[in-house]
Design a protein around this ligand. Structure first.
Ligand SMILES: C[S@@+](CC[C@H](N)C(=O)[O-])C[C@H]1O[C@@H](n2cnc3c(N)ncnc32)[C@H](O)[C@@H]1O
Length: 177
């Protein structure tokens, strides 16, 4: 009996791992959480104000939005994450952080963020390329877009910061629409 339950748990776990890897391969965008010292830097660069609407597109385990919400509780924080296991991880993290975040399992390529004041990104160039025309169509003038590691093609950042991670340099760019 005990062996059977153990086997079911192991098989369930393996299934979740396979599902997660398959979805990341399909998306072409792996789950790589931003190190916490860079999260804090990105949130500082965002210069969030009370009442603003803040998105993380491809929000992972929600660490950026949790940090932002703890720093400026009066923002509306919205996260989109497509991979169910990563989405669940984020849901649990939000629960334990006792913050209020609108947390959606959906594809950022079909989402609407016309009300955004600030958007956090840590996505591969292919997905960023698909988002650019959507940003042009939807974002209001003045929206800040903060992209970790990967630049937005053809756009000039308002500000670029270099941060250190594991002995290597990493860029965070702030764009203004
Ligand atoms: C590099 S991780 C960044 C996670 C988080 N933003 C952070 O900085 O810690 C990128 C995340 O985006 C998600 N993702 C990739 N493409 C997506 C899409 N089209 N729609 C929603 N989420 C997506 C991946 O599942 C992954 O969790």
């Amino acid at each position: 009996m005990f062996i059977n339950i153990f086997l079911i748990v192991i098989l369930g776990f393996l299934l979740l791992v396979v599902l997660t890897v398959a979805m990341h391969l399909w998306l072409g965008a792996p789950y790589v959480p931003t190190p916490m010292h860079i999260v804090r830097r990105m949130v500082a660069l965002a210069d969030l104000q009370s009442g603003e609407v803040v998105y993380d597109l491809g929000a992972g385990d929600a660490r950026l939005l949790i940090t932002a919400k703890k720093q400026t509780p009066e923002i509306t924080a919205i996260g989109y994450e497509l991979v169910p296991t990563v989405w669940l991880l984020g849901r649990l993290r939000i629960l334990f952080s006792r913050t209020s975040i609108l947390w959606h399992m959906r594809d950022v390529r079909t989402a609407d963020f016309h009300d955004a004041d600030c958007i956090f990104l840590y996505l591969l160039p292919g997905v960023l390329e698909q988002l650019l025309p959507v940003f042009d169509a939807q974002l209001k003038s003045g929206t800040r877009v903060i992209s970790s590691v990967f630049p937005l093609a053809g756009r000039e950042p308002e500000r670029t910061e270099t941060v250190q991670w594991m002995g290597r340099e990493r860029k965070v760019r702030v764009y203004r629409w």
